[in-house]
Design a protein around this ligand. Structure first.
Ligand code: PMP
Length: 284
């Protein structure tokens, strides 16, 4: 069965999906995206992802490509056409096609592309059982990384640096503090058992999984402290983990070659992952 993509009003075979060479997403990275997780046919944290998408569009002055109910119809249709129950759905909106000129075009029709790929929760669980290794690298991104823009070159370079040494993620460091991962939020557990993660600001992407993880921690009566932490603090933490729609909650067992805690996934991260899955299943 061929993979089907949605491109500007049409469902097309993935291999034949095309956008214009003067799409401003291609020319200037002038666009935004969202990644949503689907488990057992249901979108997890859908409200949060769509609300963030609206915020990103608004921040860049790009019109919404369609209204919310229509968007949700396409999001469901894409799962049906791809016969997917467990998936990662990628939604991208750019400012549209215009003659190349940095300033916004007078008239721009936003371009919308959506793709879906299979997600294997068992495989993700197996990875979480083992834990992942991360490296650290300077955060060289721009000053508005709270906008989920498709301009991801620094993130790409950071992830590549991790991949080259067999690590799964790169934690980005600005002014001596860890901001976040190249495609996830970064967390540690301090000596008192409290969760520590960078506060929401222009310096991190406010993860939707991060929000849900905070709500889960509250339910579990685990204290959450939203403050920046150093690499050294992280290496001496009792536990560390990452959150994202693709990783859910995944324990970190090593940072720059230094083992975290016992060098195995810790109990707090495990509890939080279980609580996150439970909560997401209960939600819409
Ligand atoms: N930070 C960055 C830089 C990311 O790319 C992502 C993944 N979209 C996240 C954090 C986590 O966000 P979410 O939990 O919404 O997937």
């Amino acid at each position: 069965m061929p993979r089907i993509a949605y491109v500007n009003g049409f469902y097309v075979p993935h291999g034949e999906a095309r956008v214009h060479i003067e799409d401003r997403g291609y020319q200037f990275a002038d666009g935004i995206y969202e990644v949503c997780l689907v488990i057992d046919g249901r979108y997890w944290d859908l409200e949060g992802h769509l609300a963030r998408m609206d915020r990103s569009l608004k921040a860049l002055g790009i019109d919404a490509p369609m209204d919310r109910p229509s968007l949700e119809v396409v999001m469901r249709e894409l799962l049906i056409r791809n016969r997917l129950k467990n998936a990662l759905v990628y939604i991208q909106t750019t400012r549209g096609v215009a003659l190349r000129n940095h300033a916004f075009p007078g008239v721009a029709v936003p371009a919308l592309v959506m793709t879906a790929k299979r997600f294997n929760l068992d495989q993700s669980d197996a990875q979480a059982e083992k834990g992942v290794r991360v490296i650290t690298t300077p955060d060289i991104r721009w000053g508005r990384v709270d906008i989920k823009s498709v301009s991801l070159l620094p993130n790409v370079l950071a992830k590549q640096a991790a991949a080259e040494v067999g690590a799964s993620e790169a934690w980005l460091v600005r002014d001596g503090k860890v901001t976040e991962g190249s495609s996830s939020n970064a967390w540690i557990v301090d000596a008192d058992g409290a969760l520590v993660t960078h506060p929401k600001s222009h310096e991190i992407l406010g993860g939707i999984t991060r929000e849900t993880a905070i709500a889960c921690a509250e339910e579990l009566q685990i204290r959450v402290c939203e403050r920046a932490f150093t690499v050294e603090e992280a290496q001496n933490a009792t536990e560390a983990f990452i959150t994202s729609a693709t990783n859910l909650v995944t324990p970190v067992i090593e940072i720059d070659g230094v083992k975290i805690g016992a060098g195995a996934p810790g109990p707090v991260a495990k509890r939080l992952r279980a609580a996150y899955k439970d909560r997401a299943r209960r939600a819409r």
